[in-house]
Ligand binder design. Structure first.
Ligand SMILES: *Cc1c(COP(=O)(O)O)cnc(C)c1O
Length: 316
């Protein structure tokens, strides 16, 4: 068969991959060698759940919370893997240690997997566990962190909880991608989607927060219960700041003094404009700045840290 060099080189050239290490089908592999069967239902049907934890300065942050959410998600989706939480944690530690990365984005996935003779009954499939560590990435780049993200409120509805449970982290992303294209067409950096009642839900991989008169709020329904979202609740409790999980209308979002978004990929990230309108003074708000600082300080707290032992393994 004739190969098309322009097309295939992109997919096999190791220079097109970030550095990193994956674990799949019982083996540790350089990231560019971690490949999946096209017959895996994780790929064909987005039939999968996953989680993303991060490593900062050589230690996992709140890994236990990510593992908890991942195992709960697998339970909800009737998936099983032959590893305990402790064993998954060990695989994740090994991926990071083998990669040598001090700051890493660590994703772990359970797909429905493949089934004998391509049976369409999900109960026949053998679920597959995959994990990988690549360099830490952020929703907002350095410039956006400084000036605040420019967000668009799209009319795209987040897939409703009655269709796909948003509290199970999933790859039903076509609504997110549609919203991103709508946002780019309006020269925004990113998008926020709405719930079935027209209230704010979440954006591509992040939760949304609004600040009004010193009180913080974030949607409670139609959203993933983010670990970073939980960290904001915890920081607010500690600092005596009121933070409520409640509906936020689009009008309330636009009229907020400050808006920020949260994700494992980037932490607390400021929003300075929505639909071209400045939020507050149109720069990074004071409370947002304070929470950003507190968030990174918390990474030094031993309660949440799990150090990687890099010396045990030689780099892959
Ligand atoms: C992962 C994710 C978030 C953020 O959750 P964190 O645990 O804070 O990273 C928010 N919304 C969606 C849809 C996500 O997939």
């Amino acid at each position: 068969m004739q190969k098309s060099p322009q097309l295939t080189d992109r997919h096999v050239d190791p220079r097109n991959y970030p550095p990193g290490v994956a674990y799949m089908d019982g083996q540790y592999l350089p990231i560019q060698e971690a490949k999946l069967s096209v017959l895996d239902y994780g790929f064909l049907h987005s039939d999968a759940t996953y989680d993303v934890a991060h490593v900062w300065n050589g230690a996992f942050f709140r890994l236990g919370d990510h593992l908890e959410r991942f195992f709960r998600g697998m339970g909800e989706l009737h998936m099983n893997i032959p590893y305990s939480k402790t064993q998954v944690a060990e695989v994740l530690h090994n991926c990071v240690a083998l990669s040598g990365l001090e700051n890493a984005y660590v994703e772990f996935i359970c797909t429905r997997g493949t089934s004998p003779n391509f049976s369409r009954d999900p109960r026949d499939a053998e679920n597959r566990f995959i994990a990988f560590a690549i360099p830490f990435g952020s929703v907002a780049n350095e410039e956006q962190m400084k000036r605040g993200l420019h967000m668009a409120v799209t009319d795209v509805l987040r897939i409703p909880p009655s269709s796909v449970d948003p509290t199970v982290k999933n790859y039903h992303w076509l609504d997110m991608v549609k919203a991103l294209y709508a946002a780019y067409a309006r020269r925004a950096d990113t998008a926020v989607l709405l719930d079935a009642h027209g209230n704010v839900s979440e954006g591509p991989g992040f939760n949304v927060f609004a600040v009004k008169d010193g009180v913080i709020s974030t949607p409670d329904l139609s959203v993933l219960l983010g670990v970073t979202r939980q960290t904001v609740f915890d920081l607010c409790t500690e600092a005596g700041i009121q933070c409520n999980a409640q509906d936020i209308s689009v009008a309330e979002l636009m009229a907020a003094d400050e808006v920020f978004v949260t994700s494992t990929a980037g932490g607390v990230m400021p929003v300075s404009r929505i639909d071209g309108q400045p939020i507050g003074a149109g720069d990074v708000g004071l409370l947002s700045k304070r929470l950003m600082a507190l968030y990174w300080q918390l990474h030094e707290d031993d309660t949440y840290r799990e150090a990687i032992s890099y010396s045990k393994s030689s780099r892959l």
